[in-house]
Design a protein around this ligand. Sequence first.
Ligand code: ACM
Length: 639
Amino acid sequence: MQSASYRLESAWQPDGGPDGRFTFSLFNLSDRPIENFTIVYTSLTRVIDQKACENATFVKRDANYHEFAPPAGFVLAPGAGWTFAVSGLHRKAVHCTDGAKSAYLTLSDGSHVAVAVSDLLLEGHVSEPPPVLLPEGKLDLPFALQPWPRRIDAEAGEGLPVCLYPAAGASLEDFRAVDTVLALFRRLFEADHVPFSLTPNSQGRALHLERDAALAPEGYELSFSANEVTLCFGGTAGRQYGLTTLAQLLNGARREPAKFRFPIRGTISDAPRYSWRGCHLDVSRQFYPLSDLSRLIDILAWLKLNIFHWHLTDDEAWRLEIKAYPELTTAGVLRGPDGPLLPQLGNGAEPVGGFYSQDDVRRLVVHASALNVEIVPEIDIPGHNAATLVALRDLSDGQEAPESYHSVQGYANNALNPAVSFTYEFLEKVFDEMVELFPSAYIHVGGDEVPDGAWLASPLARTLMEREGISGTFGLQSYFLKQVKDMLSKRGKKLAGWNEVAHGGGVDAEGTLLMAWQTPEVGIELAREGYEVVMTPGQAYYLDMVQAEAWQEPGASWAGTVPPAHTYDYEAEGDFPEELKHRLKGVQACIWSEHFLSRGYFNRLVFPRLPAIAEAAWTPKSEKNWQRFAAIVGLSPKL
Ligand code: ACM
């Protein structure tokens, strides 16, 4: 990429205001002076007191979009800098990623030019050693398995077979299953030696595949001998997991022979701890090409995770093609200096968009289901709909006062209105198309973070509340979500949502699965109310959170600091009362993308915590071992 002719550097001073102060310096690296320009930057640390700036004038803010102008008549000469300061922040900066994520200039002729940004510096900061996030680790058994199996009683051999091949009598289904894991391995490890061959090989070992109805559908058993391996499996998923285990064993032994070996005798007997072993990805805040999603699903399958929760819509963009409403993926995704949506969270002078066509979705669903990964799509409603409401103006109550409420992310009036009849017509059509695309049992409808006070300035909502005897925002939310649940039931789908779905009376708990993200305690409360629960607490399983307290550590911090060891050790069952444990369906990693501006950043934050959650999802508590995990996780594929 060409380097920009302008650079914005910034520092945060803790004592410059109630929540500190930003000092920005814009450098002109071009050959020309500029004047009559404005600067835009995007930052999750928002300016809420517009007057509190020095040597600049506040022009506009929209969520994370901030625009400032220099003093009248100011000329920024080539090689010179313009320094301005901003206090009146809505919270303190805590890490180097809490400053500007992107910037651009609007010049006097209306054109927009890119500005490079630097990480936020902490004024007065002394150099700190990098935190140790992962110890070297220690192995008791020399096997490269992750997640670790339920039971292993195996002895390591000297050397290893060149490959494993289906023994005589293997069925077409068996060959296909071997081929699927062989292809998965090749995609994940492009330059490593493949673990399987379809033809017998004199230096390989024969692999007997046998279905065993006594095993759970996801369960399998392996027996090793010097000449052959037998894989018994309960169902297609169990067969895939058994083959994946073999591929992991061979790959580890080949890549790090001093550490890992292949068994010569003994058994592995395995089945998952939880039925819901999920990973969520927010593709609204940042767009990920389909090839990235396909690779992420490959990684999930390798880690024996079985749910991909696809967060397709949010305030920043609606990314799912809906043929009835093409505006959603034109006006509802395009962000640029000249609109229709303003730049946010890393967007700059160039307009950006991106959405998934229905053909893309079909392709990804086929890819995932071949790997026993179910895609659970989410359209986040009624909150988090700033982009939707720009795309489809008729979804708003035209009489509602502008800026009558703000979301925690700073978006004004961003929730679908339960009193607008078009809201339901819109959703019926959206669900009609979604159920054709997604075979999953659940559709996730969000339900999170509707601001208390939403809709109360909407005359239509007021009338509805009076007519139906509904009180408050969450009474309205419950009224709305009950109808959404009916829409899904009519289409043969169950409702999944975030924990706030239960607010204000919630929905019928029967067949409803909620994700406890705010705190671990919320999960127990939901189970008590009769909901099925998946634990995704931000304090352990939000992979956008920082991994150490050091200023230089990248990431968000509102849910706390989440070192990999903490993610690994966290026990979702924790304080779950015995009689409610049957409602705990499993656990899930959540990857929120506000900060995720590059693949390097993604890998730095997601690994090793995603494999840590995969092990928590699969391996019984008694078999978890952080030191062993740390010794193996270096083998894990990354995006
Ligand atoms: C959420 O983090 N708002 C579910």
